[in-house]
Design a protein around this ligand. Structure first.
Ligand SMILES: *Cc1c(COP(=O)(O)O)cnc(C)c1O
Length: 637
C-alpha cells in the first residue's frame, strides 16, 4: 500500500490515476490539474483541456452526461495501424500489403462509420459487415474504390445477391464462409446471376488465446471450418471449377487478446493453412487475421484480461515476421494482410463525462466523548477498542471492532439494544476503522490481512449516468475502464469512493478500478464543493459500449458531441446529437407521449372539478409534466 503523500503535485496525480500508462499518448494532465487531450500536429503537440470541452458542451445548452468523441484520435489510431504495418513490412522484407477493415459491430454509430469511411479512404481502409444491416451501412458509406468489404456472419440468398451484384459497381466484397453449407448457396446464386464471387473461408484454429473470448477462436468456436471441412470445401470448389474464386483466408481469435504469444502461435498455424491452400492451387492473396488487437485498459502492460503485453508495433512486427518466415520456406508470395481491428481502432476516441450529484460519506456520526455511564456491553467494548488504538496490536483492534459490532447487531435483533444504541455502535466501528486506516498509512509494515483496508473505506459518489446505458460491459462482464476526475488534480484527492449510477439498481455501479496488479476496490476522489460541479471521465469507451447499452430504468442515450481539434489545440464541435428525451424513451416502450399528456391533463381537470387544486395549479402542473416529457432522462444538480 502507498504511504500518504507528502505534498501533492500534478505528477503524483498522474501516477495515482495511471493516465500516462493507459492514455496511450492521447491523454495527460496539465499543470493546472486538468485532463488534456494531446494532439500531434506534425512536429508540434497541442493540449486541449477536457474541462473546456465540457464547459463548451454546457454553454451550448446540453447537460451532463455527455459522450465526447475526439475525431482526431480515431484518425490517428487508424493511421498508427497502417504505419505500424508499413514499418514492420519494410523491416521484415514483407512484400505483400496491408489493409485494415473496420468491423462495424464495434461501433455502428453513423458519425463513427462516416469518419472511418471518409478518413479511411486515404488509407484504403475498408469495412467488415457481420449482418444484412451492416452490409447496407458498408455499401452506402464507402466508395467502391476504398478498401474491401468483408462479409462475415450468417448469410441468406438476399444478402448474397446484393453483395454479388455490387461487385459490378466495383466494390471488393469478400464472402467469408463460416459454415460448410454456405458454399453451395454462394455458388448457386453466383451461377444464377452470372457473377463470380470473391470467396473467403474462416477457419478454426487449434491455437487458443487466454483472453476472455477464448472460445470464439479455438476448436469450440461456433464459427469457422474445421480442417476436414476445409479440405472438403477445397474439393468442392475444384469440382465446380471455381477454385480461382477462393481469395481470402480468415480467422478470428476473439476480441482483446492479452498475450502476444497467442497471436504469434495463431499466425503460425494460419500461415501453414495458407501455404497448403496455395500449393493446392487456390489463388488466395489475402490473409485476414480478424480482430483481437488489444487495448490496455488498466495500463499495466501485462497479459491480464484488461491489458495487453504488446504494442501496436510489436503486433504488426510479430505477425509480419511469422508470415514472412513460414511463407518464405515455401517460396509463396506474401499475401495482403487484412486485420479487422475494431476495439483498438475506436476505443480511445470516446470519453463519457458525468457530474457527481451527491455523496454518501463513509464517516462516523456523532460519538459522545467521554463515554457516558451505563452503555450496553458491546458499546463499552467498542469504546475500549477505540482507546487502545496505537497501543495494542492494530490487527487485534480491527478483529475486536468487527466482533463487537457484530455483537451489537445481534443484540439489536434480539431486542436488547435500541436503535440509538445500534447507531452509536456503528459510529464507533467506522471511527475505529478510519483510525486504523490512518495508522496503517504511517506504518512501515502492514499486516497481511489489513492490506487493502484503506481501499475499502470508501464513500459512495452518485454519478449522473447509467452503467447499463453507457458502460454495459462494466455490468455484464466486469470490464474495467479508466475513471478519474477531469479537473482539480493539482490538489490532493482526500477521499476514496466507488461510483454509483442513478438507476437505483444495486448493479448500477463502478466498483473496480485500474491500478496495480489487481482491480482496485475504490478510487481517490476530491471532496465535493457545495457550489462547484465535480466531473468524472470514463475513458477508452469507444468500442462496444454504445449499442450494447440498454434502457434500464428508462435512462436513455446520452448527448454525444464530436470534437475536432485543430493545429493550435482549439476545438470545434463538428456534430452534436441530442440524447433521448423522456418522451423518446417512453415511445421506445410503446407509450405515446402525447396521449400520456392528454391523460394527465384529464386527471388534473378532474382534480379541479373536485376542488382539490385550483385552475392556476392545474396549469403549472400540466406545464411541468409537459416539460418533463420533453426533458433529458438524466438529472440536473
Ligand atoms: C468482433 C469481431 C471483430 C472485432 O474484434 P476486435 O477485437 O474488436 O478488433 C473482428 N472480426 C470478427 C469476425 C469479429 O467477430
Amino acid at each position: 500500500m502507498q504511504k500518504v503523500h507528502e505534498g501533492w503535485s500534478v505528477a503524483k496525480a498522474a501516477a495515482t490515476y495511471g493516465i500516462k500508462e493507459w492514455g496511450a499518448g492521447y491523454f495527460d494532465l496539465s499543470e493546472s490539474g486538468e485532463v488534456v487531450v494531446k494532439h500531434h500536429n506534425g512536429s508540434a503537440e497541442t493540449e486541449t483541456s477536457l474541462l473546456d470541452i465540457v464547459r463548451g458542451v454546457e454553454a451550448r445548452g446540453l447537460g451532463m452526461p455527455v459522450l465526447i468523441r475526439i475525431e482526431n484520435i480515431l484518425q490517428r489510431q487508424m493511421t498508427r495501424l497502417h504505419e505500424s504495418f508499413t514499418r514492420a513490412m519494410a523491416d521484415h522484407g514483407y512484400t505483400g500489403g496491408y489493409q485494415g477493415v473496420f468491423p462495424i459491430k464495434t461501433n455502428q454509430q453513423a458519425q463513427v462509420i462516416e469518419e472511418v469511411s471518409s478518413f479511411g479512404a486515404t488509407l484504403g481502409h475498408g469495412l467488415e459487415a457481420g449482418s444484412k444491416a451492416e452490409l447496407m451501412i458498408a455499401l452506402s458509406m464507402i466508395e467502391s474504390s476504398n478498401g474491401p468489404i468483408v462479409c462475415n456472419g450468417y448469410k441468406d440468398p438476399e444478402f448474397i445477391d446484393l453483395g454479388l451484384q455490387t461487385t459490378r459497381m466495383g466494390y471488393h466484397v469478400f464472402f467469408v464462409i463460416e459454415m460448410p453449407s454456405e458454399l453451395g448457396l454462394i455458388l448457386e446464386r453466383s451461377r444464377a446471376l452470372g457473377i463470380e464471387p470473391m470467396i473467403g473461408v474462416r477457419i478454426k484454429l487449434s491455437s487458443n488465446s487466454e483472453g476472455r473470448w477464448q472460445d470464439s477462436g479455438g476448436d469450440q468456436s461456433i464459427f469457422g471450418l474445421t480442417t476436414s471441412q476445409l479440405v472438403e470445401l477445397l474439393d468442392e470448389l475444384k469440382a465446380a471449377d471455381m477454385l480461382h474464386c477462393f481469395r481470402l483466408l480468415h480467422y478470428h481469435l476473439g476480441s482483446q487478446i492479452p498475450n502476444i504469444r497467442d497471436i504469434r502461435t495463431a499466425t503460425r498455424e494460419a500461415s501453414r493453412f495458407y501455404a497448403d491452400l496455395v500449393r493446392e492451387g487456390a489463388p488466395l492473396g489475402y490473409l485476414d487475421l480478424g480482430g483481437g488487437l488489444g487495448v490496455d485498459y488498466d495500463g499495466s502492460q501485462t497479459s491480464s484480461i484488461y491489458s495487453k503485453n504488446y504494442s501496436l508495433d510489436e503486433y504488426a512486427a510479430d505477425v509480419t515476421d511469422v508470415l514472412a518466415t513460414v511463407l518464405g520456406e515455401h517460396c509463396i508470395e506474401h499475401p495482403t494482410i487484412i486485420t479487422e481491428s475494431g476495439r483498438a481502432t475506436v476505443a480511445y476516441s470516446s470519453i463519457l463525462v458525468f457530474d457527481v450529484l451527491d455523496v454518501t460519506p463513509y464517516e462516523a456520526g456523532e460519538i459522545p466523548t467521554p463515554e457516558p455511564e451505563g452503555n450496553p456491553e458491546p458499546i463499552r467494548n467498542l469504546y475500549e477498542v477505540r482507546e487502545m488504538l496505537g497501543v495494542r496490536d492494530t490487527q487485534e483492534c480491527y478483529n475486536d471492532a468487527i466482533y463487537y459490532r457484530e455483537e451489537a447487531r445481534q443484540e439489536f435483533e434480539h431486542g436488547k439494544l435500541t436503535m440509538r444504541d445500534r447507531a452509536l455502535a456503528e459510529n464507533l466501528f467506522v471511527d475505529v476503522v478510519h483510525s486504523i486506516g490512518r495508522l496503517l498509512s504511517e506504518a512501515d509494515r502492514i499486516p497481511r490481512e489489513l492490506e487493502g483496508l484503506s481501499e475499502s473505506l470508501y464513500d459512495i459518489y452518485y454519478g449522473n449516468f447509467s452503467v447499463f446505458q453507457s458502460l454495459p460491459d462494466v455490468w455484464a462482464i466486469d470490464q474495467i475502464f479508466p475513471v478519474m476526475p477531469i479537473h482539480r488534480l493539482n490538489t490532493e484527492p482526500e477521499r476514496r469512493a466507488i461510483i454509483a449510477d442513478i438507476t437505483c439498481d444495486s448493479d448500477g455501479k463502478i466498483a473496480r478500478f485500474c491500478g496495480g496488479d489487481d482491480a482496485r476496490r475504490s478510487m481517490p476522489v476530491h471532496r465535493l464543493k457545495p457550489d462547484d460541479d465535480y466531473y468524472l471521465g470514463v475513458f477508452l469507451v469507444g468500442a462496444y459500449q454504445e449499442t450494447l447499452g440498454d434502457l434500464h430504468n428508462l435512462l436513455g442515450d446520452t448527448h454525444v458531441v464530436s470534437v475536432r481539434i485543430d493545429g493550435q489545440g482549439d476545438f470545434e464541435f463538428v456534430r452534436e446529437i441530442k440524447g433521448d428525451s423522456v418522451g423518446d424513451v417512453l415511445s421506445y416502450v410503446e407509450y405515446q407521449p402525447a396521449a400520456l399528456v392528454e391523460r394527465f391533463r384529464h386527471k388534473a381537470e378532474r382534480a379541479v372539478r373536485d376542488g382539490r387544486i385550483t385552475v392556476a395549479e392545474r396549469r403549472r402542473l400540466v406545464q411541468a409534466y409537459e416539460a418533463g416529457i420533453r426533458g433529458y432522462t438524466y438529472c440536473k444538480r
